[in-house]
Design a protein around this ligand. Structure first.
Ligand code: FNR
Length: 190
């Protein structure tokens, strides 16, 4: 079967290294994963005031999450945490109360930084958020990517064999994890 993966890029930068990483991951992923970006750029800043009359942008985000078999977050680390734009999108997806779109969705978290920590602290805060939202997460392998411009082409070509095989392995494990969560959920989910 083919699995539909909705992915979030946690950066709005025009030359985002995380967007480049997303292209590399899509190239290297198993053929049975089909990717659709879930955009975050045009969401207003979330407020509970919106719950009574939920805007179309919020509903579109929620249905994109709900119609995906799995969610993948590819994000920078901002000030040792989740970038505000991405956190805002997650907050939209979690509301109104009782309609958390992330519940039981298999998720993966990966990110790139020019620095050696490779978004580890952002990923750790994401795990707390996603646990609260009842979203199962790929626990291993972890993927903390130190972005080297000579390794990644703009279209996601990967020019280093060990990075390529690591990212390929990550996506194979992510695919297997999505499959396991869907099988565990029973017929109708596979
Ligand atoms: C950063 N950067 C950064 N890097 C990091 O490894 N840990 C951090 O805590 C931060 N904090 C941070 C805050 C803010 C507001 C900015 C703008 C940047 C650097 C960051 O990793 C770098 O700019 C990346 O290029 C951002 O990813 P994108 O936007 O290129 O995908």
């Amino acid at each position: 079967p083919t699995y539909k993966i909705g992915y979030f890029v946690g950066s709005l930068a025009s030359k985002s290294i995380n967007r480049t990483l997303s292209r590399a991951l899509i190239r290297l992923a198993p053929a049975d994963l089909e990717f659709t970006e879930i955009p975050i750029r045009d969401l207003p800043l979330y407020s509970q005031d919106y719950d009574a009359d939920f805007p179309a942008a919020g509903s579109a985000l929620k249905s994109a999450i709900e119609s995906a078999d799995g969610i993948l977050f590819i994000s920078p680390e901002y000030n040792r945490s989740i970038p505000g734009g991405l956190k805002n999108a997650i907050d939209w997806g979690s509301r109104p109360w009782g309609t958390n779109s992330f519940a039981r969705k298999p998720t993966g978290i990966i990110g790139a930084s020019p620095g050696g920590i490779g978004t580890a602290v952002m990923q750790s805060s994401m795990r707390g958020v996603l646990s609260f939202l009842d979203a199962p997460q790929l626990n291993a392998p972890e993927a903390y990517i130190t972005f080297k411009p000579e390794v990644f082409g703009d279209d996601g070509e990967v020019r280093d064999a060990s990075t390529e095989s690591f990212l390929r392995h990550y996506m194979e494990e992510y695919c297997a994890f999505v499959q396991r969560v869907l099988y565990a959920a029973g017929p109708g989910h596979i």
